[in-house]
Design a protein. Structure first.
Length: 76
């Protein structure tokens, strides 16, 4: 019998040895980490789509608020 670690590496062999339920649980943890780090599930704009409107789409910042604004130019 061929050792999976030799074919795909240690990490992937561990992944393949999991049950589907275990894989789903681990994937959920990864998505949670991605979202906590500022990732978003919003789709990227598709300029080839007939519904694409470059005026409508604006990039969202990592914290979900408007961009940074300058409060005061002079010194304190």
């Amino acid at each position: 019998m061929i050792d999976m670690r030799l074919l795909v590496g240690e990490e992937w062999a561990e992944w393949y040895s999991m049950t589907p339920a275990q894989r789903l649980e681990e994937s959920s943890k990864l998505w949670q980490t991605y979202l906590e780090l500022g990732g978003t599930l919003d789709p990227e704009p598709d300029p080839q789509s007939p519904f694409y409107d470059p005026e409508e789409w604006r990039a969202v910042t990592a914290h979900g608020r408007a961009g940074v604004r300058l409060v005061r130019r002079g010194g304190i």
